[in-house]
Design a protein around this ligand. Sequence first.
Ligand SMILES: C[S@@+](CC[C@H](N)C(=O)[O-])C[C@H]1O[C@@H](n2cnc3c(N)ncnc32)[C@H](O)[C@@H]1O
Length: 195
Amino acid sequence: MTAVGRARWEQHFASGHGFRRADELELRRLTEAAPPHPGARALDVGCGLGAYAAALAGLGYRTLAVDRADAAVAATRDRYADAEPRLQVQRLDFEDAAAVAAALPSAAFDLITMRLVLAFMADKPTVAQRVRDLLAPGGAWVVTTPLASNLPEARRHIGLTREDIGILTEEWPEGRWYDLDGALRCFVLRTGTRP
Ligand SMILES: C[S@@+](CC[C@H](N)C(=O)[O-])C[C@H]1O[C@@H](n2cnc3c(N)ncnc32)[C@H](O)[C@@H]1O
């Protein structure tokens, strides 16, 4: 895995670049996989320019969007100011255990999304455990990603390897996946059902 540092993302945003936007099909599949219920809370990790987090808020989730890049947080706040208070934005490095523990309550989120993000995180088993700690009973972790095996060699670092997928999918009572346009795969992993 090639680490893509924070400075590189800051540079990406500063040069006005965005990312592939979620289309109607992607959002429809998401609501089928993780239907929002009244009061449902979502956490979008690595929100980038905020379009996906804003879409989650639009679907009815009380959404917290976090990103470790200042430029991403600023852009999301600026672009989606009218979505507050349903959409909140905060700077947070999800790989920083102490920062996550200080900022986020345990067992509080019904949905945690990582869209085009997990491949860039170094310690995936720790990230997966952190997600389990933050999810409420019955909550879902939705990971949307390219697969490394479908990418040209120079871009494989932006996708998940077979080994990564093994790590991602183990230790969940329920899991499934589906494919989206643009060679993206979406994994839906669920904690035990609500009591
Ligand atoms: C390829 S972009 C995807 C943005 C957005 N999810 C989307 O689909 O448009 C990856 C984002 O993840 C963020 N990111 C990477 N590692 C992170 C971490 N450890 N904690 C929080 N954000 C992170 C980057 O700053 C960047 O905004």
